[in-house]
Design a protein around this ligand. Structure first.
Ligand code: SF4
Ligand code: SF4
Length: 209
């Protein structure tokens, strides 16, 4: 535990809340050692020893509850209640609660925002095949995105042979449709499909990236 750690405004070092193990009763089952998430215990000679006693969470008594032989004891709960009253901790507790709620709200809002972005389709890859020769397909693509918040990227045209292209041998093209403003592009996709259809090309695949 950090030396200056506080518990709702009270220095932790001033709060004598920690487990005490009766070594004669302890059977070394290690349950307290494995249960405590605060690293309070070490096992020494098959006995649980609370070596970091002040790391114990004030008010927690979980290890005492689970110990099969009741070897672990704690101070009386009155000790904690008395400290709460004497130090008037509830003003600080309310402030801490307000901050915690604000943090939780921010995390929730962030999760919602991330979920919304994840649901957006902002990039779709198309693979098409057919004869591109004299159809000015690229020019039509350019016209389609002109003055719209979309773009075609990663264009890749595979032409088997130049002579083949002249003889109208089918070629293969892939490209991705994106939004220049990271918006959902679903609305734009029918226009892309229509462009492909209008040019007599075959839509091989369409996949969200
Ligand atoms: S849970 Fe009890 S018996 Fe088991 S190691 Fe801890 S103190 Fe010992
Ligand atoms: S009471 Fe809780 S925090 Fe403290 S030693 Fe036991 S399990 Fe760990």
């Amino acid at each position: 535990m950090a030396k200056d750690e506080m518990w709702h405004g009270i220095p932790r070092k001033d709060i004598p809340w920690f487990p005490t193990v009766d070594a004669d009763t302890c059977i070394g089952c290690t349950l307290c050692y494995t249960t405590c998430g605060r690293g309070v215990y070490e096992m020494q000679d098959n006995k649980a020893v609370p070596v970091n006693a002040m790391s114990c969470m004030v008010g927690c008594s979980t290890c005492g509850t689970v110990c099969p032989v009741q070897a672990i004891t704690f101070p009386d709960r009155d000790l904690v209640w008395k400290l709460e009253r004497e130090h008037k901790i509830f003003k600080i507790v309310r402030q801490e609660a307000t901050e915690k709620m604000a943090k939780q709200d921010a995390l929730k809002a962030r999760a919602v925002a991330e979920d919304t972005v994840a649901k957006l389709t902002t990039r779709v890859r198309f693979e098409i095949a057919g004869e591109f020769g004299d159809k000015r397909f690229l020019v039509q693509m350019e016209e389609l995105v002109k003055d719209r918040p979309y773009d075609f990227v990663h264009l890749n045209l595979e032409v088997p042979t130049v002579k083949g292209a002249l003889e109208k041998t089918p070629s293969f093209m892939s490209f991705e449709v994106t939004s220049t403003e990271q918006e959902d592009i679903q609305e734009f996709l029918p226009a892309v499909r229509e462009l492909i259809r209008r040019n007599g090309l075959t839509l091989v695949s369409e996949s969200k990236q």
